[in-house]
Design a protein around this ligand. Structure first.
Ligand SMILES: Cc1cc2nc3c(=O)[nH]c(=O)nc-3n(C[C@H](O)[C@H](O)[C@H](O)COP(=O)(O)O)c2cc1C
Length: 403
């Protein structure tokens, strides 16, 4: 007869929930303990092998207040966890024996007509000086120039728009460096016009207009240190303001924070050339969907969105394979926020290494997945059935069992 203890053990394991890993255990700590690394100090850059390693490293070197500002998410952080975990629901359907020897040469892409070496970019994130007090966002500009990738500067960057522009390179592999500028709008639009004018003068090539921060956000982890949101004021956000911005600038305006097919379609109707799907790294609203779920909702209801406009995406991307999954659904380029803020604790070399890790993972994983051309990944490379039961379907959209 089973003893009570054995029985309760069996029940516990039957209902056991996998623990959440902020960074999956791939041996970093075990390895560091075998070296002369001291807990609570920054490890060596050479020991950063994957993007999540930078989170671990930043937690060692930043004080609690600064790390919490970078790491925080909304409320119970369920969306934060979902952003990181959702990827494992969608498996690859690798076709073997396809010739993938030239896949490395297909990493380069364009975003709004500008050439870049890879479909990854640095998302706009405030307060770069927490990671590198002197150089702050200048490392993002210079690393992006070196690697020929896109950097989207945040309105609430530690450096001014002009300081960031002054750090641009005039001769990347594709000519003068291209930067996009993120903006928030608040009730006093004259402030916005001033920012737009300054960014245009500084040479920004597009505006990323953040639409998912209409109010201050509940962030307990940061609040413990009395740290407020970068954007603590209530923003003025309507499609009418989109029209007003459009009347004020000739540059493309990319709405950032699209989470539904309806808003994606509205943005197209309004004339957007690109949209940006994101839940702001789960920093705004708990239980908002991950970019994989958003991209899938759009793919199932209105796949034409991906050809009518360029779709950018971010939130929870940590591996080359995450990028490939979004690209396979039609996304054009993928951003990362926190990982670059953490990598900035190592300065320019850290940010550069993070971009390089992503590029090599994308190319290696593409080859492993039998992808020949990273710019033309067939959606059939993904088994998406796990997303189907919960996807929102508009009236008339077919439920399908054969994806
Ligand atoms: C520290 C920090 C500050 C951020 N500041 C802004 C901001 O000022 N404007 C904005 O649109 N998004 C901001 N974001 C959101 C990022 O642009 C991006 O959507 C998010 O970080 C992506 O998720 P990830 O961190 O999991 O990669 C910020 C994110 C972080 C981590």
């Amino acid at each position: 007869m089973l003893s009570l203890i054995a029985l309760s053990g069996l029940i516990a394991s039957a209902v056991a929930v996998e623990p959440f890993w902020n960074e999956p255990d791939t041996g970093l700590e075990t390895y560091l303990h075998s070296t002369n690394w001291t807990e609570g100090t920054q490890p060596l850059l050479k020991d950063m092998r994957g993007i999540p390693d930078f989170d671990f490293a930043a937690r060692q070197s930043l004080d609690g207040q600064k790390y919490s500002f970078y790491r925080t998410a909304n409320a119970g952080e369920w969306s934060y966890r979902n952003n990181l975990e959702i990827w494992s629901k969608v498996h690859f359907r690798t076709r073997h024996l396809t010739d993938v020897t030239k896949v490395n040469q297909t990493l380069a892409t364009t975003i709004l007509g500008y050439n870049f070496s890879a479909p990854v970019f640095i998302s706009p994130a405030a307060r770069g000086a927490y990671g590198d007090p002197d150089r702050a966002e200048l490392n993002f500009v210079e690393a992006s120039a070196k690697e020929n990738t896109l950097y989207t500067a945040a309105l609430y960057a530690s450096k001014t728009i002009e300081e960031i522009a002054a750090a641009k390179s005039n001769d990347t592999l594709n000519g003068p460096q291209v930067l996009f500028q993120q903006i928030y709008t608040n009730a006093n639009l004259s402030v916005t016009w001033d920012i737009i004018d300054r960014a245009e003068k500084a040479g920004a090539k597009a505006f990323v207009w953040t639409i998912d921060a209409p109010a201050t956000s509940v962030r307990h982890r940061a609040a413990r240190y009395d740290t407020t949101n970068a954007n603590a004021v209530t923003s003025a956000l309507t499609w009418d303001i989109y029209d007003q911005i459009k009347n004020h600038t000739k540059l493309p305006i990319i709405p950032k924070g699209i989470t539904t097919v309806e808003d994606a379609l509205l943005a197209i109707e309004k004339g957007a050339k690109a949209i940006y799907i994101s839940n702001h790294g789960a920093r705004q609203l708990d239980h908002s969907p991950s970019p994989l779920e958003i991209a899938y909702e759009i793919y199932r209801n209105a796949p034409e969105v991906f050809t009518k406009v360029e779709v950018l995406a971010d939130s929870g991307v940590r591996y080359g394979s995450d990028v490939l999954k979004l690209l396979a659904l039609g996304v054009k380029a993928v951003g990362l926020g926190r990982p670059f803020m953490y990598a900035n604790c190592f300065g320019l070399e850290g940010v550069t290494k993070a971009i390089q890790i992503l590029k090599s993972e994308i190319a290696a994983d593409a080859a492993q997945a039998g992808i020949q051309d990273i710019q033309k990944i067939p959606t059939s490379i993904l088994n998406l059935r796990a997303l189907e039961p919960t996807v929102f379907l508009q009236e008339g959209t077919k439920v399908t069992g054969s994806l």
